[in-house]
Design a protein around this ligand. Structure first.
Ligand SMILES: Nc1nc2c(c(=O)[nH]1)N[C@H]1C(S)=C(S)[C@@H](COP(=O)(O)OP(=O)(O)OC[C@H]3O[C@@H](n4cnc5c(=O)[nH]c(N)nc54)[C@H](O)[C@@H]3O)O[C@H]1N2
Ligand SMILES: Nc1nc2c(c(=O)[nH]1)N[C@H]1C(S)=C(S)[C@@H](COP(=O)(O)OP(=O)(O)OC[C@H]3O[C@@H](n4cnc5c(=O)[nH]c(N)nc54)[C@H](O)[C@@H]3O)O[C@H]1N2
Ligand code: SF4
Ligand SMILES: [Mo]
Length: 905
């Protein structure tokens, strides 16, 4: 049931408009979805009223409607490779888990969850494991993502509280972005900051990132810190502010403790601009400018993300930032504060329900009072009494055989964990593996004994919490696909089969949310204020009210029924004496340092148009065009030193594993560093799964992996030939060294390279171009002297596949060949197009759009260049007016500016 505001039936067109929330990042954008249920068609636009985005969406959010096809979905439970009923599958899971628990105890089973679960799913999973199975081994991919922020918040504030909010973007006069490629990873927040800057000329933006990312497009100052050195930078800042007498002594005295020790540690570590410059590999004037701006600007907001968290000193980095805000009293007042930009759509919800192995539900901890409180609330005698294993240790315990049964929900650890081959081996050898996922194939899912089809975005229905503590409804738009079920339902059913029916009486999502709200207010009265997380206002919420829930920032109580935007302007921290702690921290180098054998440092992160292991974004062909292949960024000097050329392939090795990637020579990162994207898995590339290379080093407090720093070597991959196949149907291409799948509109493109030449391409392909074998017609061009080979395969005049190989990557235009597979092209190829396939040159007059720059409107580099030249355009706004590029989400604006600059030269 939906209320009128959220569901507007449009009888005449058989569609209805439903308000929901984006599936992807922690910005938490509101969406207005136009839904044609009968035809399973959904078109999305930004919800103009949602306070996270006010109508904006980025390229990924805008393409959500293109990811909802059923062909890639897991639609039925599977047990040992065979379709099964839910009853059979869940009974087996219950039986196997119970048998392990009976023999080895509750610590021999594990759940590994995800910030992509809804709060309701997560609450039930945590309650089942910690409260009733009585084990603590439930951890989540948030360990790889936010755990340093959680640990830093708790050390400083006593609780995991995010003090600031998005409205601060427009209030601030200085925004410091630390380890955050906001332009690509939180694009709508980035657009809001850009707009704030245009509206307020006083607003300065500082970007602290070893790479000159697209986020630097709005930066007044870029600080290319050495990877891992942020503690020295912020310790230096604290020392400077102290020496310049720019601290807020009143706030320090009234609301904090630990000041003396923190100052002493900061000064010992980073006494002045020069020490900082040396430790962080920076020019002293850059450091001095940053320090001066920070000193001079009261309204300072610091936003940070994985460049901070994913480090062996991640927690200390967080506290070094929090120290500067606490000591200047820039906390919780409009335009001030630290704000951790969360990654996943519901990373925050997971933190609220205690999804990490070392927390209890509703922001409670493993202390005697909280343990007693949770046990009484859940009415259980089995509540686990000690924290469980964090992700890296958890998979080590699977590898060692200590954990004998594991259930992975909504995450893909075979791709995303460090030392990923070890994780794969652990899962392969585990006695019993259950995976619930919404797609039919993923690296982890493919190894499961039991595969459970989960409802995906557009079907699942519940709540998520974004970076600024805002709880929003993610609503079902379509009926459940096939036999899929919501994650909360699946876990509840397991609980029933394990004998806990009375404690898991949930029939709807609202039943769970209500209980979650009650627990948040349990022995947490507004006088006591023991815990920050309190949504007790919803303790009696009805299903109708829940369905109509408007976005709101917690805490939501009788006193604050409309939520709270900021915390701590007047202290009131959640520590016994209500004071925040300034933590004395000292900078440390990353744990594994480069050496003679592993001379370079591998950094890793995200690209604009893909989401994590690509199970969903790669379904939208327009999202595959911007960065079609795994790549490695390297400086020109290092490229020369290691004999690498732009566009060639490189092999990257570490002590843990190796991968192949296409070389992108760029001066946007420091010499000695490499950068690779985290996204490619075995589903899309045979050697692009980068997690295998990453060192399994963790922060000693948060246990978050150091995913941004692994010592590696790099060398050219000597390919005898390069090539690609564009095929109407998917192919299996074994025995080729380099294979990457790029899905296009109506075709599958495979980028290929090999060290040995393949002689029998036609028979290799014919056997796969079923059902047409025998009736295929081939048209081939072969020039052995130049090592060129082109062949096109037809069935009844319909183009089936094109294969092109040559001595290097410079092969015929892939976009043009892809366009020949357009399903609208019913009349078949024209003769000049057939000829052109042989010559490798598009027929005269064929538009060459070049590499796609704007994914929202599918505008290519060459189209933009042409528009600039012909219209004598000078600004990205003019480019937008002319060809629409950059006018939706704006994340390609920095690239459009780059093209403007290049054309202008
Ligand atoms: N397009 C897209 N957006 C996403 C996601 C996605 O998969 N795709 N995932 C979401 C998720 S779950 C997350 S967690 C967020 C992550 O969002 P971000 O943290 O912004 O993304 P990353 O690319 O992982 O890393 C950010 C930057 O940290 C820098 N960095 C590396 N080491 C250091 C260092 O020691 N110090 C500093 N200061 N910087 C360093 C890297 O060079 C990189 O540019 O993105 C979310 N948004
Ligand atoms: N080297 C390196 N490694 C990294 C990072 C990095 O920057 N560098 N970043 C880390 C970070 S911050 C993160 S968050 C992780 C992300 O890494 P993962 O969590 O492993 O990646 P996803 O692709 O998001 O995995 C989600 C899976 O759940 C499925 N799924 C989606 N929705 C649902 C649902 O509603 N229910 C169920 N049951 N399944 C669903 C998807 O199809 C997919 O298979 O990677 C981490 N790993
Ligand atoms: S910024 Fe993009 S990915 Fe993130 S929530 Fe908004 S639309 Fe979704
Ligand atoms: Mo993340």
């Amino acid at each position: 049931m939906q209320n009128e505001q959220n569901l507007i039936a449009k009888e005449e067109s058989n569609t209805q408009t439903i308000k929901t929330t984006c599936a992807y990042c922690g910005v938490g954008c509101g969406i207005e979805a136009e839904v044609d249920v009968e035809n399973r068609v959904v078109s999305v636009k930004g919800d103009p009223e949602h306070p996270s985005n006010y109508g904006r969406l980025c390229s990924k959010g805008s393409a959500l409607g293109e990811t909802l096809g059923l062909s890639s979905r897991l639609l039925q439970p599977q047990v040992y490779g065979r379709p099964a009923s839910w009853d059979d599958a869940l009974s087996l899971v219950a039986e196997k888990f119970q048998a392990v628990i009976d023999e080895y105890g509750p610590e021999a089973v594990a759940f590994y969850g995800s910030g992509q679960l809804l709060t309701e799913d997560y609450y039930v999973a945590n309650k089942l494991m910690k409260g009733f199975i009585g084990g603590s081994n439930i951890d989540t991919n948030s360990r790889l993502c936010m755990s340093s922020s959680v640990a830093g918040h708790k050390r400083a504030f006593g609780t995991d509280t995010v003090p600031a909010c998005y409205d601060d973007f427009t209030e601030a006069d200085l925004i410091v972005l630390v380890g955050s490629n906001t332009a690509w990873c939180h694009p709508v927040s980035f657009q809001r900051i850009r707009a704030a800057k245009e509206a307020n000329p006083n607003l300065k933006v500082v970007v602290v990132d070893p790479r000159k990312t697209n986020t630097c497009d709005i930066a007044d100052l870029h600080i290319p810190v050495k990877i891992g050195s942020d503690v020295a930078l912020f310790n230096g800042l604290l020392s400077y502010l102290y020496q310049e007498d720019a601290l807020d002594q009143a706030y320090i005295q009234a609301h904090t403790e630990g000041f003396e020790d923190a100052i002493q540690a900061a000064q010992t570590d980073a006494f002045n601009v020069y020490t900082v410059a040396e430790k962080c590999d920076l020019a002293p004037h850059v450091v001095e400018t940053f320090f001066r701006w920070f000193k001079e600007t009261d309204k300072t907001l610091t936003l940070y993300s994985q460049g901070v968290n994913q480090s062996s000193s991640g927690t200390d980095k967080v506290n070094s930032i929090l120290n500067c805000h606490l000591a200047t009293g820039r906390m919780g007042k409009p335009g001030t504060g630290p704000l951790s930009l969360t990654g996943q759509p519901n990373a925050m919800g997971g933190r609220e329900v205690g999804g990490l192995a070392n927390t209890l539900a509703a922001h409670m901890e493993f202390n005697p009072d909280d343990l007693d409180r949770v046990a009484r609330f859940w009415n259980t005698e089995s509540l686990t009494q000690a924290p469980g294993l964090p992700a890296v240790d958890l998979f080590d315990a699977v590898a060692d055989g200590k954990i004998k049964a594991i259930w992975v929900m909504a995450t893909n650890p075979v791709a995303s964990m460090p030392n990923a081959d070890k994780v794969r081996g652990a899962i392969e050898n585990c006695d019993f593996v259950v995976v619930s996922d919404c797609v039919a194939h993923a690296d982890t899912l493919d190894l499961a004994h039991v595969k459970l089809p989960a409802a995906g975005w557009s079907e699942k229905d519940g709540t998520v919490t974004n970076s600024e503590r805002r709880i929003s409804r993610q609503r079902a738009l379509l009926p459940l696909a096939g036999d899929s079920k919501p994650d909360w339902w699946i876990i509840t059913q397991l609980a029933h089969r394990m004998g806990f029916k009375d404690s898991f009486p949930y029939e709807t999502n609202a039943d769970i949310f209500r209980e979650h709200a009650q627990l948040s207010g349990f022995e947490n009265s507004e006088n006591e204020r023991l815990r920050d997380f309190n949504i007790s206002k919803f303790s009696d919420i009805s299903q109708a009210e829940y369905d109509a829930l408007m976005p709101v920032q917690w805490p939501v109580t009788q006193d604050t029924p409309n939520g709270v935007d900021r915390f701590f302007a007047n202290g009131g921290f959640y520590t016994p004496n209500r004071k925040a702690k300034l933590v004395a921290v000292e900078s440390r180098k990353p744990e594994n340092l480069p050496n003679k054998d592993w001379p370079l440092v591998l950094n890793s992160g995200r690209v604009r148009d893909q989401w994590h292991s690509m199970t969903r974004t790669a379904l939208a062909s327009r999202l595959n065009q911007h960065k079609p292949e795994p790549f490695v960024e390297i400086t020109p000097a290092d490229a020369e030193k290691y004999r690498l050329q732009n566009g060639h392939l490189a092999i990257i090795k570490s002590q843990w594993g190796e991968m192949l990637a296409r070389v992108e020579v760029t001066d946007r990162l420091p010499q000695g560093d490499l950068f690779v994207p985290m996204h490619w898995t075995s589903q899309f590339s045979n050697h692009g799964r980068m997690g295998v290379v990453v060192n399994p080093v963790v922060d000693p407090i948060s246990f978050q992996p150091e995913s941004k720093h692994t010592p590696v070597s790099i060398a050219p991959f000597e390919a005898a030939w390069h090539g690609f196949i564009i095929s109407r149907h998917p192919l299996i291409l074994d025995g080729i060294d380099y294979v990457v799948l790029v899905k296009g509109e109506g075709y599958f493109r495979y980028e290929l390279a090999g060290s040995r030449s393949i002689r029998s391409w036609q028979s290799h392909l014919s056997s796969q171009l079923v059902p047409h074998s025998g009736e295929l017609e081939w048209q081939t061009y072969h020039d052995p002297a130049k090592s060129l080979f082109r062949t096109a395969c037809f069935h009844d005049d319909e183009l089936q596949a094109v294969l092109v190989t040559g001595p290097d990557y410079a092969l015929p235009d892939r976009n043009w060949i892809g366009s020949l597979f357009d399903s609208a092209k019913e009349e078949g190829l024209k003769i000049d197009e057939r000829m052109a396939l042989l010559t490798g040159k598009p027929p005269l007059g064929t538009p060459d759009v070049g590499k796609i720059i704007c994914a929202c409107f599918n505008v290519g580099e060459k189209t933009i260049e042409k528009a600039i030249q012909e219209g004598n355009l000078k600004t990205h706004q003019e480019v937008g007016q002319c060809c629409k590029a950059g006018t939706n989400c704006g994340s390609c604006v920095p690239e459009i500016k780059g093209i403007l600059a290049a054309v202008g030269k």
